[in-house]
Design a binder for this molecule. Structure first.
Ligand SMILES: CC(C)(COP(=O)(O)OP(=O)(O)OC[C@H]1O[C@@H](n2cnc3c(N)ncnc32)[C@H](O)[C@@H]1OP(=O)(O)O)[C@@H](O)C(=O)NCCC(=O)NCCS
Length: 166
């Protein structure tokens, strides 16, 4: 994990636009908070997050070496976020949110997700997994992006990245 840095930045080549993943910093906390609150129906945590709670999360997050929160930027504008963290021997993808609806269904979030997965695999070759509520339309999106359902629970699915089995 020597090459892993909290301030990682990944540039994705595109036609005439700049799509980039960069590490979230203090200036992103209000965006992260609003995006999560706006989309809380899709997540396990349903309570509205306060500015103080968001900051407390960030202070703890900063101390965890195998936990990455990225901001997705298109032409230097922050449009969304996505995180990945090592839990034991597996990567757990979390907090994937398109914050700005104008950028929906343009392929940006899918490309950013693939870049984040490549980043994680290059540092630590572990299975890549996630948990998603069964009612969330993102289940179909994850399938299109190479994930399969590996477990069915009372309200959510476990999924794992198996791009050749989709
Ligand atoms: C899940 C989420 C991030 C997907 O965002 P998105 O902007 O739709 O993602 P993408 O642009 O990558 O989606 C690809 C879609 O764009 C279309 N698309 C258009 N142009 C494209 C291009 N150049 N390249 C790739 N896909 C393109 C694809 O055909 C696909 O459409 P389809 O789903 O009808 O097949 C977003 O819906 C979201 O934030 N949801 C709420 C939060 C949430 O539920 N997160 C997951 C919690 S576990």
């Amino acid at each position: 994990m020597d090459s892993f840095k909290k301030n990682e930045s990944i540039t994705i080549d595109g036609e005439g636009l700049s799509l980039r993943l960069r590490a979230a910093n203090e200036d992103d906390l209000e965006n992260l908070r609003q995006w999560k609150n706006d989309h809380r129906a899709f997540f396990f945590h349903k309570m509205v997050i306060s500015p103080e709670q968001q900051r407390a999360w960030f202070n703890t997050f900063k101390t965890r070496s195998d936990d990455f929160m990225f901001i997705v930027e298109v032409n230097h504008s922050a449009i969304g976020c996505m995180g990945i963290r090592l839990l034991g021997e597996v990567w757990d993808i979390y907090n994937v949110i398109l914050g700005l609806p104008d950028y929906r269904k343009k392929g940006y979030m899918g490309k950013a997700l693939q870049a984040m997965l490549n980043f994680a695999q290059s540092g630590n070759h572990c299975p890549m997994t996630l948990q998603v509520l069964q009612s969330n339309p993102a289940v179909a999106w994850y399938k299109k992006n190479g994930f399969v359902i590996t477990g069915e629970h009372s309200d959510h699915f476990s999924m794992a990245y198996q791009p050749n089995n989709g």
